[in-house]
Design a protein around this ligand. Structure first.
Ligand SMILES: CC(C)(COP(=O)(O)OP(=O)(O)OC[C@H]1O[C@@H](n2cnc3c(N)ncnc32)[C@H](O)[C@@H]1OP(=O)(O)O)[C@@H](O)C(=O)NCCC(=O)NCCS
Length: 150
């Protein structure tokens, strides 16, 4: 298993992985153009030549990044790959001079196991004012905000 920066040929596989879960309302859909725009902030997990996991860093402020599109192929769940992606994304953020990493998630316990703590979503206000206000679920959001100092 290797974790590496995503590259152009990975875009369609990343979209298929993420959108499979998005179809189940577990995360947001991504188009190839959206993935392409943030490709330099994406990591993928490769197992025997196949991409089985991914995630990327979205920059919310000079000090704060959000983990987005975190996904592991269903037949690879529970092997620690999701945790490895979170760890590698956190290390990438730290290497880029960022001090806090957050997520808005339906699986807060997964993040808590990796050192995140629950926070009020308003404490990540760049995300709320930048994106959430445009979401149809804004007033009935079921995602939980988690944050980690890195
Ligand atoms: C969340 C996800 C990335 C975890 O990947 P993974 O490779 O299975 O994670 P790991 O093997 O590192 O860790 C598994 C642990 O997370 C827990 N976990 C996984 N999915 C969970 C869920 N939906 N709810 C609560 N806990 C969950 C498991 O119980 C397991 O706990 P344990 O180690 O105490 O047994 C993966 O389940 C996934 O792709 N889910 C669908 C997309 C999604 O919800 N992404 C998160 C968006 S923020």
């Amino acid at each position: 298993m290797i974790i590496r920066p995503a590259a152009e040929p990975d875009v369609d596989v990343i979209c298929a992985l993420v959108n499979g879960f998005a179809d189940q309302n577990l995360m947001l859909h991504r188009t190839p153009a959206q993935v392409h725009r943030v490709l330099g902030d994406f990591l993928v997990v490769e197992e025997q030549g196949q991409i089985v996991g991914c995630g990327y860093l979205a920059y919310l402020s000079p000090d704060l990044v959000e983990i987005r599109s975190l996904a592991v192929h269903p037949n690879q769940h529970g092997k620690g790959l999701g945790g490895q992606i979170v760890k590698s994304l956190s290390e990438l953020a730290r290497a880029r001079g960022i001090s806090q990493v957050c997520a808005l998630t339906l699986v807060p316990d997964f993040f808590v196991r990796h050192g995140f703590v629950h926070v009020d979503r308003w404490s990540i206000s760049p995300k709320i004012w930048g994106e959430c206000v445009y979401c149809p679920k804004f007033h009935a959001c079921d995602e939980i905000a988690v944050l980690k100092e890195i």
